[in-house]
Design a protein around this ligand. Structure first.
Ligand code: F0G
Length: 449
């Protein structure tokens, strides 16, 4: 196994580094329990010598793999044969230069770019990862799958599962997921199990259930999912005319995106396809700020792959002792034990990254601004804009640097947060509906006010 194939799985633990065939179903290293990466034998893959070569695929959109915003870049995630690749048209997402949101964040008008991943088929960035992971699931002939979710993973997984003919089970924390997302899981035919607990409880249960029942796990512990999520960065580069931004700003929850983005840039640099790696800012909500606390206060670092496990163990033991459960209106990132923590630390090292936390109030205001001046997004996504505003105020990000914010989910995912914000005039951008009598003159008076 290993050198004759295009891709293999490898443990990230420097003292283990076990390798496994790409056809094995593993979500953690069976030898040491650490996270697994997908690695490539690049000399066995016909990678184009410049990124702009991928643009030719747009001329061939009848081919579903060329139409897919994931598989258009297939040489950069070459782990399965074309015949097994799954696509439902994911990745047709837009990078919008947005002057008004730039102004809100304190940036020069032409410097802010919004990557709308809510435009995916299930309404979030997860579809990028699911296209890749379900291709692997088909490769290994999985019959049933499962995930724990704050909502979007469950929506995306259940859509791809029925497309691929797999039975799907989702674990969600009771009362912890937004209505739009729950409605999707039910509508797409998943078995939906609501656990009395939070996302971290669901994550622990789903791993145990998958191990016991042999279900295919679709959380971002699954290294194939992160391969699909790398393509969000390729599309940002593509839409910036094959150049990299100075900064990428992304919300942080289970830390799959930040992990995938750092890997994407590292590989592009190693392949000579980009000269410069952008810096990355990862934004937590203050009510779910494990990463911020660990990195900024406890000084946890990648440390050249030797992460200090004692710091993490002590931190989690304290959370348990306090019976801590995270709380934020951005329910998508309401997570206190992010499974990809170590890979995220690697991304921070690769991208000279930084971490910040923003309040729910800041998230809701930023979300309203994206709604008012852009295409809208769900609360967790707006954390990126709120975080950017902090970083510009602090002088960490220059107002003339080119920044791409990843807006991870569609505004209709969480109508409750939106309606409450506007109806109850909770913030500076609230736009409540006006009560009117059923009377033409009165209605005209109101419009002309
Ligand atoms: N934004 C949205 C809209 C999300 O749904 C999530 C994660 C994140 C950001 C955080 O991304 O985990 O890569 O750091 N949602 C997961 C779920 C956990 O179950 O849907 P991350």
């Amino acid at each position: 196994m290993g050198m004759t194939e295009t891709a293999f799985q490898m443990c990230i633990n420097p003292d283990c580094r076990s390798r496994f065939d790409r056809g094995q179903v593993l979500f953690k290293c069976p030898n040491c329990g650490e996270l697994l990466d997908i690695q490539y034998n690049w000399d066995k893959i016909a990678v184009p010598d410049k990124l702009s070569s991928f643009a030719a695929r747009w001329a061939n959109r009848q081919n579903p793999l060329d139409f897919s915003g994931v598989w258009r870049f297939r040489e950069l995630l070459d782990f399965c044969p074309d015949t097994r690749k799954v696509t439902i048209g994911e990745g047709q997402t837009i990078l919008e230069q947005n002057c008004a949101v730039a102004n809100y964040a304190g940036m020069n008008p032409d410097c802010l770019f919004l990557q709308y991943e809510g435009l995916n088929p299930s309404g979030s960035f997860k579809d990028n990862g699911m296209a890749a992971a379900f291709s692997h699931a088909k490769m290994v002939q999985a019959k049933s799958c499962a995930c724990a979710s704050t909502g979007n993973t469950s929506a995306s997984m259940s859509l791809y599962a029925h497309t691929c003919g797999l039975k799907s089970t989702v674990f969600i924390g009771s009362g912890r997921i937004a209505f739009g997302k729950l409605s999707q899981a039910m509508d797409y035919g998943a078995q939906t199990i609501q656990i009395r607990g939070d996302f971290d409880d669901c994550m622990a249960q789903v791993q145990a259930v998958c191990a016991k029942l042999g279900l295919y796990l679709l959380n971002s512990l699954n290294p194939f999912r992160l391969e699909g999520q790398k393509t969000i960065m390729y599309r940002i580069i593509e839409q910036m005319g094959w150049s990299v931004p100075d900064w990428v700003v992304v919300p942080g929850g289970n830390l799959g995106n930040s992990s995938a983005f750092g890997k994407a840039f590292l590989e592009l640099k190693e392949l000579g396809l980009i000269q410069q790696i952008p810096r990355m800012a990862i934004i937590n909500a203050t009510g779910a700020d494990t990463l911020t606390d660990l990195v900024n206060n406890k000084k946890l670092t990648w440390n050249d792959s030797r992460v200090d496990q004692k710091i993490i163990d002590r931190y989690y033991a304290d959370l348990t002792a306090r019976n801590f459960s995270p709380h934020t209106c951005a329910s998508a990132i309401e997570i206190s034990r992010p499974v990809n923590l170590k890979k995220c630390l690697r991304s921070i090292a690769v991208c000279d990254g930084i971490v910040r936390a923003v309040t729910d109030e800041e998230i809701c205001d930023a979300k309203a601004v994206v709604g008012k001046y852009g295409l809208g997004c769900e609360p967790a996504s707006a954390a990126s804009i709120a975080g950017l505003k902090h970083l510009v105020e602090q002088g960490v990000i220059g107002k003339d640097e080119r920044v791409a914010c990843v807006l991870t989910g569609h505004p209709l995912k969480d109508p409750n947060v939106t309606v409450n914000y506007h109806k109850d005039s909770l913030g500076q951008f609230s736009n409540p509906p006006i009560e009117a009598p059923n009377d033409l003159d009165e209605i005209i008076k109101l419009i002309q006010q």
